[in-house]
Ligand binder design. Structure first.
Ligand code: UT7
Length: 329
């Protein structure tokens, strides 16, 4: 009997209405559209505004759309996993909060924190639940309200990030579709280059931590860039070679959208032409855990059943990885 695999059977997504353009940022910090576009590829990002709005408010419409597309009720979901670095609060988890808002009463739910690689970590975890044979409907969401941890006076970070959520439904398949292999890695020595220093047990929130702006994202961009270029490219190459796949076998690379130059380097290493690389960084910026599922959501019409897709990510931790998916929908 063919082994059970976790097929992606529906995709949902959500980006908030409000848009922050490069021109808007020119009014906030000393930057310009040309610099942002040429160094990152970003033109605009979506921002979740409004009192009382949090990451779970990005998760909910993404999951609702997914359920509607698949023709199921949210309450049929057995497990909901949310990858995020911007949870509504430390606890309860954003997944717990989202279940309450979605009217899901019978699922177990939890968050995963692996920064920009969060979706791949969560997808691999969700797939393992399906492969175990114990679950039939697992939803994996990547969601971040990055605007909640951005210092809009810091030009080195505020131009990069946006808000959004993407979600996939995993169901068992015995025809060889779905998540077929993953290589995931982490290296805590990279933590000093990309972090949020305060608010945890190391530096609990105080008036001093707020004054020192330690509740905002900190990034030393150049070392992160250097590690990201080699990390994302190497792991993607390792994934395809260990599965005896060539560039011709790959229909699409769906990369984490942090910087177009990092994405180009990964595609080159895999021998893939630009036409096979899905890119929406120009419209959303870096939405951290949401970039990969938002890309699947955006380009669903282009992706066909049986297409081999490589998802690739690199981010804070450092964490990185690549996942091979055979498309089912
Ligand atoms: O998703 C999580 C993982 N994160 C990443 O993958 C991000 C990796 N890093 C990067 O993508 C890039 O390092 C950045 C886009 C963040 C920065 O690009 P860069 O080419 O590494 O620029 P840089 O930091 O070397 O700065 C070059 C110059 C500097 O000026 P000087 O020292 O050459 O005079 C900066 O001060 O650009 C200046 N600069 C800016 N100028 C205009 C930095 N930020 C800006 C800005 N507008 N927003």
């Amino acid at each position: 009997m063919q082994k059970i695999t976790a097929a992606i059977t529906a995709v949902g997504g959500y980006v908030p209405e409000d848009i922050l353009t490069n021109a808007d940022l020119e009014k906030l910090v000393d930057t310009n559209d040309e610099w942002i576009k040429s160094r990152t590829g970003i033109e605009e990002r979506h921002i979740l505004r409004g009192e009382g709005k949090a990451t779970s408010d990005l998760v909910v419409p993404a999951v609702q759309e997914l359920c509607q597309k698949r023709g199921i009720e949210p309450n049929e979901i057995e497990c909901l996993i949310v990858a995020t670095v911007t949870p509504d609060m430390f606890f309860p988890s954003t997944a717990n909060v989202a279940c309450e808002k979605l009217g899901i009463t019978s699922a177990w739910s939890f968050d995963i924190l692996a920064a920009c690689s969060g979706f791949l970590y969560a997808l691999t975890t969700g797939a393992a639940l399906i492969e175990s044979g114990r679950y039939n409907k697992v939803v994996v969401v990547g969601a971040d309200k990055m605007s909640s941890i951005i210092d809009y006076t810091d030009r080195t970070t505020c131009i990069l990030f946006g808000d959004g959520a993407g979600a996939v439904l995993l169901e068992p398949n015995n025809e060889g579709y779905g998540v077929l292999d993953s290589i995931l890695k982490s290296d805590g020595s990279g933590g000093k280059y990309l972090n949020m220093k305060a608010g945890g047990s190391l530096n609990p929130s105080t008036a001093e931590t707020v004054a020192a702006k330690q509740h905002f994202i900190f990034q030393d961009g150049q070392p992160v860039f250097k590690f990201a270029v080699t990390g994302m490219a190497d792991v993607s190459y390792e994934l395809i070679t260990r599965n005896n796949l060539t560039a011709d076998d790959i229909a699409w690379l769906v990369p984490h959208q942090a910087n177009k130059r990092i994405i180009d380097a990964t595609a080159r290493r895999m021998g893939l032409p630009d036409e096979k690389v899905l890119l929406n960084i120009q419209r959303y910026g870096n939405t951290t855990a949401a970039t990969i599922p938002l890309c699947l959501w955006d380009f669903q019409d282009k992706i066909h059943k049986r297409d081999n897709i490589v998802l690739a990510a690199f981010g804070g931790g450092f964490t990185w990885g690549a996942t091979w998916v055979k498309w089912f929908i």
